[in-house]
Design a protein around this ligand. Structure first.
Ligand SMILES: [Zn+2]
Length: 140
């Protein structure tokens, strides 16, 4: 009985906390290397009038992903897991970590597919540079 009450309280407290608080908790649970990028993404989303809920997002760092790419938003389209894997051994992560994170967050949170536009953050290989223009386009 005591356990049921505790579970009920936990559920109630989660549903009472705001999206902002939930997002802060989610960011705290992420690897420290990506936290600032995710915070910046939320800031840019808000600036463009998009509300983002990070509730289901998970970010894992790994080395040498066995996928065509250097980051991967696994399951973003097929499940509700929203798992992003980032290959931290790659050059792309080292020179353009924020752009890579924005690309994967575009898949996982905004449900975006790849773009043919070489200036787009959603171009296949992801761009090296984030500009105000390509960041804003991500949220349109
Ligand atoms: Zn991609």
């Amino acid at each position: 009985m005591k356990r049921i009450i505790l579970v009920a309280l936990a559920v109630a407290s989660v549903s009472c906390s705001s999206v902002k608080e939930q997002n802060e908790d989610c960011i705290e649970a992420m690897p420290v290397e990506v936290r600032q990028h995710v915070k910046d993404f939320l800031f840019d989303a808000k600036r463009n009038g998009k509300r983002i809920n990070l509730k289901r997002l998970r970010v894992e760092l790994c080395e040498h992903i066995e996928l065509p790419g250097i980051g991967a938003a696994n399951g973003a389209y097929f499940t509700k897991s929203h798992l992003i894997k980032i290959d931290t051994s790659g050059r792309r992560w080292k020179v353009a970590g924020k752009a890579l994170m924005y690309h994967e967050l575009g898949h996982a949170l905004l449900k975006l597919e790849h773009s043919e536009d070489k200036e787009s953050i959603m171009y296949y290989t992801s761009v090296l540079d984030l500009t105000e223009q390509n960041v804003d386009e991500l949220f349109r």
